[in-house]
Structure formats: structure tokens, C-alpha cells
Write a protein that binds this ligand. Structure first.
Ligand code: PLP
Length: 387
């Protein structure tokens, strides 16, 4: 039987993620459209994003924070291209995005002294093996597996290398140990439900020192360049973006930050996300066809919650049939207007992924869960049985 209650908001995609509760385009009516981003009011808007983000996240005063091109990917890649090569690199990967950074480091930048620390979907690498006197590149939250770094205890305070952290699906929903992180990147499109297009880049004093003291042997395109004549281009970390930003996306980011403040700041955002995970955990506990992809709760994400199907016979199906069943579940829920975009990432193992970041209401997660049971039962009957 179909459940009677539907989530009020069916948007459970892991990016772009659901807009904040109560969102309306009316919130953008004061956007500075048709004006220069270098005008006085334009710069004020850009500075507002930086200042509100810094305050909400409690970023140390001596860290620079700036808006950069090309979403989180742009922020990560400008750092890899600008900073790597000065010392050996430990690259941690346990899912698709970390793997993408490994490709950059190994195949594009061709860093010779590279240790790739890889773990399968559902796990993370052994953090005790990481050498923080080397540069360390890692996602904080692996969005496609739902495995996250539990804390910064493994990072030495007196490290010689730089810790370069892609935190795009963790920031605003998890505590980050800022003093242990030299580079942190994210995009507006994730936990706060903003728009993509621009990235945020936070740099520690040691990261800035690297930029000012090291010149990589490869060419740097203009959108990656953060220094001029050997000195940090300070303007990028105030309100002078490298190239033209979308002032509509900027206004949207301001709206999302104001919402985050209105619900109680970082602590409240975290609690919202953790509460959503709790709701799913209670259901997983009483449901026999499904389990978390990440078995260890200490490293289980509260934002990109990934589930595997453990019903008898499922693992015996060929992988394409497993995916077909997942896609069927997704399509059934889509057709009902109950949930969109909840199939696992194409690079992951077949399963479901439900975004539980701060813009998602717990009541919507709770309303979704009986529908998952319904869709699984329907999809199972519509597909061939395991041999
Ligand atoms: C961990 C991680 N890194 C990088 C990206 C790429 O982000 P963007 O498309 O905003 O550049 C994503 C997107 O989902 C992600 O989850």
C-alpha cells in the first residue's frame, strides 16, 4: 500500500541540494543585477558573503577566505596547481571525488613522490598512516560513499606539510578542526542549498606562505593565479574576485547564510543534519532490506547518507541488474513526486543516496522512509529474480 503522507519537499539530491525551508525567488529581488561586481555595492555584496561565512563557521582570524571561480572543483584545482610539488604528497581516496583529485595529482600534475591511500566504498583509509610532514589531500566527506573523516586528531599541530581539505559536503553540517586544516574548499550548492558556479577557499597562514615562497614548474591559467609578483593577491580574499561572478548567485548565497544565522548558526545546522541521519538510522535498524553503506557509525556522513540493499539475493544479481532495481526505485518515487535524484552516484556501488544536509527537514525524511519500503517492494516484483 502506498503511504498516505508525502514529504513536503521531494528534493533529496546531493547537489545541487534542496533550497532552505521557505525559500522563494522573492529573496533575490534586491540582487545587484546589471551592475559591476567592482562597484561599491557590488564589492559590499561579495564581502558580505565572505564575512557571514567566516562568522558562521568560526574561521580563525588569520585565515584568508575568498570567492573563486568554478565551484568547489575550481577551488580545489587552483590549490593543487598552485601549491603541490613543493614536497611529497599523501592523497586519501575512498570514493569518486577523492579519486578525481588523485587523477589530477598523479596523471595531470605527475607528482612523483605520491602515496595514494585508498579505501573501498564504505570505508576510509587508515588515518594513522598519514604523514603530515607531507602535503595531504583529502575530502572531509566522501559524498558518493557517505564516509567522512571523524575528527582532526590524526593531524599534527606542528606538521611541515599542508593539509588540503575538500570540505564541500561537510562544511556547515560538521565541525571542522580549522587549526588543523591549511586549505578548506567548498561550494554554495551543498549544505546551505545555494547555487553552484563559485567556490569558497580558506587558506591558513602556512598555505599563504607556500603560495608566496613556491613557484610550480607548470603554467598556471589566470583563474588559478593567487599571487602577483610573489605576493598574495589580497584582493581575492576580500571582495575582488578574479573574474566576474554571478551577482544573482551571490544574492542567493547571502540569503542562505542569513537563513543559517536565523536558525541558530553552525550548531543548529549540525543538529538539523544529524537529526536527519538519526531518523534514517532508526528506520535502517528496523528494516531488513537496507543497511548503511558505511558500517562504522563514527565515519558515517550526516549529509550524503548512502544505503545499500541487503535483501536476500540482491548481491547475487549482476551489477547492471542491481542498478536497474535502484533506478526503478528512483523512478517510482520520482513519478509519485515523493523523492528526486536518490539513486547512488554512478561511480559508487548500487544503492540509494539521500541528502540529509541542513536544508532538509526531518519531517520530510520521516515521510520519505515508508515510501522507500513501498518502492523497494514494487521494484523487486518488477524485476527478474536472482538466479
Ligand atoms: C566531495 C566533493 N568534491 C567536489 C565536488 C564537486 O563540486 P562542484 O561540482 O561544486 O565543483 C563534489 C560535488 O558533489 C563533492 O561532493
Amino acid at each position: 500500500m502506498k503511504p498516505s503522507r508525502r514529504p513536503a519537499n521531494p528534493n533529496f539530491s546531493s547537489g545541487p541540494c534542496a533550497k532552505r525551508p521557505g525559500y522563494s525567488l522573492a529573496a533575490l529581488q534586491n540582487a545587484l543585477l546589471g551592475r559591476s561586481h567592482r562597484s561599491k555595492p557590488g564589492k559590499a555584496r561579495l564581502k558580505e558573503v565572505v564575512d557571514r561565512s567566516r562568522n558562521l563557521l568560526g574561521i580563525p582570524k588569520d585565515y584568508r577566505l575568498g570567492i573563486v571561480p568554478a565551484s568547489d572543483t575550481g577551488a580545489v584545482e587552483m590549490v593543487l596547481w598552485s601549491m603541490l610539488g613543493a614536497r611529497g604528497v599523501d592523497a586519501l581516496t575512498w570514493e569518486s571525488f577523492g579519486e578525481g583529485w588523485v587523477t589530477d595529482i598523479e596523471k595531470q600534475l605527475k607528482i612523483k613522490d605520491l602515496r595514494i591511500m585508498r579505501a573501498p566504498y564504505g570505508q576510509i583509509p587508515d588515518l594513522a598512516q598519514v604523514d603530515c610532514d607531507r602535503d595531504v589531500v583529502f575530502p572531509w566527506n566522501g559524498t558518493t560513499s557517505g564516509g567522512r573523516i571523524p575528527n582532526g586528531d590524526w593531524i599534527k599541530s606542528d606538521r611541515k606539510g599542508l593539509t588540503i581539505c575538500d570540505a564541500t559536503s561537510g562544511v556547515f553540517a560538521m565541525d571542522l578542526p580549522w587549526e588543523k586544516l591549511d586549505v578548506v574548499t567548498w561550494s554554495w550548492q551543498k549544505v546551505l542549498g545555494g547555487e553552484a558556479a563559485h567556490g569558497m577557499l580558506a587558506l591558513s597562514p602556512r598555505a599563504i606562505e607556500r603560495l608566496e615562497s613556491y613557484t610550480p614548474p607548470w603554467p598556471l591559467p589566470k583563474i588559478f593565479r593567487m599571487t602577483s609578483k610573489g605576493k598574495l593577491s589580497e584582493g581575492i580574499f576580500k571582495e575582488e574576485t578574479i573574474n566576474t561572478p554571478s551577482m544573482l548567485a551571490v544574492e542567493d548565497a547571502i540569503d542562505s547564510l542569513k537563513w543559517a544565522e536565523s536558525v541558530g548558526g553552525l550548531k543548529a545546522l549540525r543538529a538539523r543534519s544529524e537529526g536527519n541521519l538519526d531518523a534514517i538510522a532508526a528506520w535502517v535498524e528496523r528494516t531488513d532490506w537496507v543497511d548503511f553503506l558505511v558500517e562504522n557509525p563514527k565515519i558515517r556522513s550526516c549529509t550524503s547518507v548512502c544505503l545499500k540493499i541487503v535483501a536476500e539475493g540482491f548481491d547475487k544479481l549482476p551489477v547492471d541488474q542491481q542498478w536497474a532495481q535502484v533506478k526503478k526505485i528512483e523512478a517510482l518515487l520520482d513519478a509519485e513526486g515523493v523523492a528526486y535524484d536518490i539513486a547512488g552516484h554512478r561511480d559508487a556501488v548500487p544503492g540509494l543516496r539521500i541528502w540529509c544536509g541542513a536544508t532538509i527537514e526531518r519531517s520530510d525524511v520521516e515521510a520519505l522512509l515508508p515510501w522507500l519500503d513501498w518502492a523497494f517492494a514494487e521494484a523487486k516484483t518488477a524485476l527478474p529474480k536472482a538466479a
